[in-house]
Design a protein around this ligand. Sequence first.
Ligand code: FE
Ligand code: CA
Length: 524
Amino acid sequence: MNFTAPNNLNRRSLLTGLVAAPLVLRFGQAHAAVPTLFTQGIASGDHAPDGFVLWTRLASNPLAADGLGGLSAPIETFWEIASDDGFRRIVASGRALATSETAHAVHVEVTGLRPARPYWYRFTAAGERSAVGRAITAPRHDADVDRLRIAVASCSNWERGYFSAYGHMADEVPDLSLFLGDYIYEYSLTPDRADQIVRPYALEEATALAGYRNRYALHRTDPDLQRLHAAAPAIAIWDDHEVHDDYSGIWSKTAGLAPRGFLARRAAAYRAFYEAMPIRRTGGGVSSPLYRKLRFGNLAEFFMLDGRQYRSRQPCVDGVTGGKGKLVTDALCAERLDPARTFLGFDQERWLYDSLAQASARWTLLGQNLVLGGLRIGDGGADTQYWTDTWDGFPAARDRLTRTLAAVRPSNPVVLSGDYHSFWTNDVKRDASDPSSETVATEFVGTSITSGGPPHDALMQVMPYNPQVKYFEGRRRGYMSLDISPKQMTTRYRAISDVRDPKASVATLASWAVESGRAGAVPA
Ligand code: FE
Ligand code: CA
């Protein structure tokens, strides 16, 4: 979502700038010198009881115009995993060939490790050694677990500010980091908004593979983001800006662009995402669904959703003209209510409902991109407006999900959402159009790492019509930190002092608690 100029994203930035060189990482041995191949850092992700995914990408010139990082020939890359941070006891190792087919990205799906413990990893290529990363294996699926700490991020717009929030997430040394979408933004601010640019991209809008690759490559030169990825395994999903603002399934919101014209762009963007993220490719690489389940012993199960790829189009949008610019409609839009429309796609819906019926961990965590709890912009009458890009544009699909939660009653469902560049604590109602209906889940919406917030005061004016929203704050940037135990989940809203300050401080703005057995958060 773009809150200020949704029609104005296609013009190319004329600005230029410099890319910061990566700094020394926090974990393990420091580099002897500035890296020449490991300019992109390292990462782990998609934890399992017996392993995780290891990731790096070799690039001598990360922003080379062809998107290939300044490399062409294949490079043999070695990886090592140790049970200690000094690498005295190496427990697994192997080699992978980095090739230009994947822009020299390396994914290793490690298996055979012991559950519920930390490991340290590093890569070596062409005589150069990477920094050291720390990963963890999950506990066995039925193991008793008494605590889990998760840092949750969304919406990191490079030109809007520095990624100090990522650095503070790393400092918390979470067990896991969640990325809920808008990890990159495909566009650049137009020259008339140059005053809002904190650090320029020096890249044109990403529309094809090289451009998308270079957006990730630029982000991965950031020392705070490198530190976060080195600190904990990631679980990542996407939202719209990994491809294009407010796209929906096969539909671009670009005026006159038919699905067949958009799908090549979408495919390039998806490919770059899979290359850049520490995600499992087992089962078909880019064709693997992004939606998936992960577990952390008997304490938590994650249902990570893809809320973009399979969607119906937003309702009441005029595709020929490109719509009204703002994706908002009123209560008279009958298409909005059509039960034939879907948010997750019917295959993913079936998978999710079946999975929720089988969920057996204490906490059932739904990681997804867009606010679920709903927002009435008005008193509920005929002139009430709804954002059509969020679940509010897909109320029948939301009803199917909330009815399923009410019917199958998974243990302690908590929805974690991104996109809205603001903090929200919501009751998710059995019927979102009826505030008096049962609360079937708790929702926490994280703010952005850097991206500009929504109009705070205007939204506060409609909050009286939205009793399901217990807390809203649109003026601050940051992330969410979750501490989970069998009895309680505590969510801290962590706000940074200033996106323009690369060394911004962080403070807890508010804390919310959910007690096991009781849906809905209370101030902690
Ligand atoms: Fe965003
Ligand atoms: Ca978004």
